[in-house]
Design a protein around this ligand. Sequence first.
Ligand SMILES: Nc1ncnc2c1ncn2[C@@H]1O[C@H](COP(=O)(O)OP(=O)(O)OP(=O)(O)O)[C@@H](O)[C@H]1O
Length: 244
Amino acid sequence: MTEPIINVNNLTVRFPDKTVFADVNVTINRGQFLSIVGDNGAGKTTLLRTLLGQLKPTNGKVEVYPSRRELKIGYVPQFRNIDSDYPLSLRNFVALGLIKRVAPWLSRKEQHQLDAILKETELTHLAATRLGTASGGEKQKAYLAQALVEQPDLLILDESTASLDNVMKYELLDLVAHYQKEHNLTVIFVTHDLPLAKRYSTDYLMLKDGQYETGTIDELNTNVLRADDNQINITMNGGACEHV
Ligand SMILES: Nc1ncnc2c1ncn2[C@@H]1O[C@H](COP(=O)(O)OP(=O)(O)OP(=O)(O)O)[C@@H](O)[C@H]1O
């Protein structure tokens, strides 16, 4: 049964000098792995910020189910190195994804959650290692574990594979794909990397020159971006968007 978690209706974002996209319609269902693809400056980050409620659209709306407050989101950024003198163990770094209060200990339930996610991301043997001394791929897996430890409904991979080598990219996404199937997780993967998107996604949304195209991932090579087919009107009226 399809269960929408995000519904995007006629979404338009316009900055004073540019319409980034116009009249975008897409539904993201639970269990879907949606890749948002497009060249530099195509509008991927702008779309993501609008979905997350950080940017108010010029027109249209984003509905979130059951509500923005209740939908749990995990976020993995683009890889940035962590200095070798970073003091936390990998386990304590992952535990930061659980801490919502000032307390120096974790409950038994939280300890279980932490052990489970370290196992699912194949990091158990590194739990006591100082994160700063781990490899780049291990650090990025630790970010993934931190994003998943609270068992989110939606995982956002924001160019999370961009600075990783090929082996690490596939290792990271294999873990995501495995976790996704086990837990019926919904994934939004923002990327330039079409082969990776093809391999792991169920669906895609491509942004290009103010237009968009969406479909199942099998259609990614064959679809031709045509404004008429997608009923896109890029000369919409409306004010510049506001930042919230
Ligand atoms: N706050 C802003 N004000 C004005 N223009 C903006 C703003 N944010 C983004 N833009 C413009 O909107 C367009 C889309 O930018 P965006 O960052 O969403 O693209 P992107 O696809 O994420 O690019 P990249 O892959 O390089 O991160 C760009 O032309 C950018 O310069």
